[in-house]
Design a protein around this ligand. Structure first.
Ligand code: PLP
Length: 399
């Protein structure tokens, strides 16, 4: 590989919550074990060098006053979506800045809904959605994803329609690819969901923050691309943050084709008075969406595909009672530990603490609606993933 996905990066003392925090209350790492960060959704790979180069180049000019994004910024986004997702007809006018993807989700709900309105979400659900939607005065109605005979998470279209009608729902947040289940939705699935939304006048926020992290054999289909109606009823939100490990720089964007929605989003996003670009994060995006960035993401996808294959094979062979649907996108595993806990007479809290004790810093799945689940981040060099699984084998699942 051209880029470095094998060196172990020392993030200690570098402001990284991935290594500074332990997300399981009361859990601690035993002496003799180093921490392997496998929880919050950032990566333990150095990003593509064109990003720090672009930031440093801009930083050399010692004035960072008010500014406007350049055409280079918009053109970089337009080209990225054309080349990676086959999107045509995207213009500068359709692109709007958002500090964060979640802020964009809330802005879109604010124009779609009245306070207290019901919003449809699939469960399991990304914890950030739960927090920002409820904190902003909306009620979430869940339509559970269900595993098919092959263990693939699927939408339950009948249930979605029933919930929409019963709860008078006119807004939904669609997560594509899905965090934490790792589904990369197929075209027919998105089409079918969008037909239901059209039939019942449901406006859509499509969170596509994970759309670049698609594993081998799968393809991301932008929600807005499935029909003319989908293009017009959807606010889609993207960012280079997940793809290139830039969450700490802040900087996302929305794509909206419908003129009325564009104007409403522009107005709503401006209300906090500071939903504006950071000059260094603009240059980071331009550096990310350079030709090197395209190559880097392809190598990242290959690396994560390898890690996912390793982890899922290891679980199937060694961790009896732990169930997982193989992700098709993202770098998250959502482990169902129900059978293991039952068999070993352990609670999910005890299991989670046992992992942390040997340095595997993983995350409680309950806030994502997995009652006996663990969410695990695989964006690390394979040697670290192997080390984590060997520790889990020896000290936790088969101790
Ligand atoms: C589906 C999804 N949306 C949004 C976010 C957060 O985005 P931001 O930090 O830009 O608000 C995450 C982070 O993990 C995520 O998984």
């Amino acid at each position: 590989m051209k880029y470095d996905f094998t060196s172990i990066m020392n993030r200690q003392g570098k402001d990284a919550i991935a290594v500074e925090n332990i997300p399981i209350p009361g859990a601690a790492v035993r002496e003799g074990f180093d921490k392997i960060p496998m929880w919050v959704a950032d990566m333990n790979f150095p990003t593509v060098p064109t990003i720090p180069e672009a930031i440093i180049e801009r930083a050399k000019h010692p004035a960072y006053g008010y500014f406007r994004p350049t055409d280079e910024y918009f053109n970089s986004i337009i080209k990225w979506h054309e080349i990676r997702n086959g999107v045509t007809g995207l213009t500068k006018e359709c692109i709007g800045y958002e500090n964060g993807v979640l802020g964009g989700v809330v802005s879109a709900l604010n124009i779609y809904c009245s306070k207290g309105d019901n919003v449809l979400l699939h469960s399991p659900t990304y914890i950030g959605f739960t927090n920002c939607i409820t904190n902003n005065g909306y009620r979430i109605v869940h339509s559970p994803l269900v595993k098919d005979a092959d263990g693939v998470w699927r939408m339950d279209f009948e249930d979605m329609e029933k919930k929409i009608v019963e709860n008078k729902i006119h807004a939904t947040v669609f997560c594509s690819p899905h965090n934490p289940c790792g589904r990369v939705w197929e075209r027919w699935e998105i089409e079918k969901a969008m037909e239901i939304y059209k039939k019942h006048d449901v406006f859509v926020v499509s969170d596509e923050i994970w759309s670049d992290i698609i594993l081998s054999g799968h393809k991301h289909i932008p929600t807005q691309s499935v029909s003319e109606d989908a293009r017009n009823r959807t606010v889609a939100i993207y960012a280079p943050s997940k793809t290139f490990n830039l969450a700490g720089l802040v900087g996302s964007y929305r794509i909206v084709y419908n003129k009325w929605l564009q104007d409403r989003m522009e107005k709503e996003s401006s209300l906090s008075h500071y939903d504006s670009l950071n000059v260094l994060s603009i240059h980071a995006l331009i550096g990310a969406y350079k030709p090197e960035g395209y190559e880097w993401v392809d190598e990242l996808r290959e690396t994560i595909t390898g890690n996912v294959n390793f982890a899922c094979d290891y679980i199937a062979k060694h961790f009896e009672g732990v169930e997982v649907s193989k992700p098709e996108g993202t770098y998250m595993l959502f482990l169902d530990c129900t059978k293991w806990c039952e068999k070993h007479g352990k609670t999910i809290d005890e299991l989670q603490k046992a992992g942390v004790a040997v340095g595997v810093i993983w995350q409680d799945g309950r806030p994502f609606h997995g009652p006996c689940h663990i969410r695990m981040n695989l964006a690390l060099p394979l040697s670290r993933v192997q080390e984590a699984f060997e520790r889990l084998d020896k000290y936790v699942f088969n101790a």
